[in-house]
Design a protein around this ligand. Structure first.
Ligand code: HEM
Length: 466
């Protein structure tokens, strides 16, 4: 576990703050939530310019401190079981359920360690042939020389990559493979997922089909039935032969029947990991494609790097994980997309104890949001932050240090799927660069909440590479 910042002091209950303490600047305004949700970039930038990287707001009710400086991010990310708890709305927490990594801080460390092998190392390498195959098949069907919706195409390919890897199902033989399960078509699975996803952000915790939350709960129940049936089906098969997250958990359960994994946790984790990844990864791939469309000079350099490291025989040959690591400029462009267009903010924490950080008081009961939109725009963290410059992430320039570059959060709850997201984007990039040139049709507009993504109606035009 990352330690709390050195200068952090946790105040005992009823202990007074030192007389010379400061509080975060700015008076919260009643309109903060609306302003933030409508234009989060502008909200963060304007307040950063006026008040610095720590400021007080009333976003999502109560007092919510936005932070972006490295020590404050570190403080926000490492307080679990000590001075913070997850501060998400009741609707979101209930949608997560008790088997998530957010609900039970006492079990978090054991659960996270048990889940990690599913997203790193050998498993990640074993996922690559599937990713490669889906990309090859999808990109062959992408229409050229006509306007197409960027987000729709990318969401389709991302779902076909991630759903089989995380739910342990097959989608490559049409819907027949789902026959006999509680959800029988891919279209229905996607629809239930969307309803489940929306349920996390329902405003009213009223379990009724009339509310977003109520519909989300029903979708969750249906998806749980589906997952339990998939688990039963997998147990009848040689699941150890298929490299996916579900079989990793089933094998771990077989090895240690009284360990972390029980059936309820396994089914929940499959659902939650697809939830955590599908929309985030889709948003990232689309933003990366869009950003590169604005920087054709960067595309030429990426193609040269790819030629030097992978040769030119894709899509026939699958690169190795090691070759992907060598694509350092590609890595840098993905990080620059994550810096300028981070798909999400990080989850809110609530202070269960007052703390002092560098003479500033953060009071018990306040919420904290560590915002990449602030951290990534700070001149203390990035040189000329307003300029698109992937080179900043090359090892020799060394920008993007821990707690300064936070698209995947950090500390105790740092994203478990960060490597998987990077590998997915790299393979996608390799296929896209080998297959197409592309032209942007105007400036993209983004949906900002709950996650950032390019609007569905935004179109690009692909041109087949000679
Ligand atoms: C572009 C892609 C992604 C982005 C931007 C992203 C972002 C994040 C962020 C910001 C957090 C921290 C939340 C917090 O501090 O409360 C997080 C946590 C998490 N992410 Fe991701 N994520 C991505 C992809 C994935 C993928 C592919 C998976 C798994 C398949 C995944 C699984 C998780 C899990 C399990 C956590 C919670 C870890 C914990 O509570 O200890 N994410 N992610």
């Amino acid at each position: 576990m990352d330690p709390a910042p050195d200068s952090l002091v946790i105040l005992a209950d009823r202990q007074a703050a030192p007389a010379n303490h400061r509080e975060p600047p700015r008076h919260p305004k009643w309109s903060d939530t609306l302003t933030y949700i409508a234009k989060p970039e502008k909200f963060c930038r304007d307040n950063l310019a006026e008040y610095g990287p720590i400021f007080k707001t009333s976003v999502f009710g109560g007092t919510t401190i936005f932070v972006g400086s490295a020590p404050a991010n570190k403080m926000a990310f490492n307080g679990d079981n000590s001075y913070t708890q997850i501060g998400l709305p009741a609707t979101t927490m209930e949608m997560f359920g008790e088997h998530s990594l957010f609900q039970r801080p006492d079990l978090h460390r054991d659960r996270k360690s048990a889940l990690r092998p599913g997203f790193t190392g050998r498993m990640l390498a074993d996922y690559m042939p599937h990713m490669h195959q889906v990309l090859t098949e999808h990109l062959q069907t992408w229409p050229t020389d006509q306007p197409v919706s960027l987000m729709t195409m990318i969401e389709e390919v991302t779902f076909d990559i991630l759903a089989p890897l995380l739910l342990g199902i097959r989608l490559d033989q049409g819907d027949s493979i789902l026959a006999g399960l509680p959800i029988t078509t891919k279209a229905e699975l996607k629809q239930q997922y969307k309803t489940f996803f929306d349920g996390f952000y329902g405003l009213v915790k009223w379990n009724n089909p009339l509310t977003t939350f109520g519909r989300g709960k029903r979708a969750r129940a249906k998806l749980m039935d589906f997952m339990k049936a998939v688990i039963a089906q997998q147990r009848q098969s040689d699941f150890a032969a298929t490299p996916d997250f579900l079989s990793m958990m089933l094998m771990a359960q077989q090895d240690a029947p009284s360990g972390v994994f029980n059936d309820e946790l396994i089914a929940n984790q499959c659902l939650l990991q697809l939830w955590a990844s599908y929309y985030e990864v889709s948003g990232l791939l689309a933003s990366w494609t869009y950003q590169l469309g604005e920087h054709p000079e960067v595309i030429a350099r990426l193609q040269a790097e790819q030629g030097a490291i992978l040769g030119r025989n894709l899509p026939a040959t699958l690169p190795t994980l090691d070759q992907l690591k060598q694509l350092t400029f590609l890595d840098a462009t993905i990080k620059e997309t994550l810096r300028i267009l981070p798909p999400s903010s990080t989850a809110t924490r609530t202070l269960i104890k007052s703390v002092m950080l560098d003479g500033m008081l953060f009071k018990q009961g306040w919420n904290i949001i560590a915002e990449p939109r602030i951290a990534h725009a700070m001149t203390e963290h990035f040189t000329n932050p307003d300029t698109y410059n992937p080179e900043r992430f090359l090892p020799e320039q060394g920008e993007g240090r821990a707690y300064e570059f936070i698209p995947f959060g950090g500390g105790v709850h740092a994203c478990l799927g960060a490597q998987m997201a990077m590998v997915s984007n790299k393979l996608f990039a390799i296929h896209l660069l080998q297959s197409f040139d592309w032209t942007l049709l105007g400036k993209a507009e983004f949906v900002q909440f709950p996650l950032r993504k390019i609007k569905d109606n935004y179109q690009v035009q692909l041109h087949k590479k000679k």
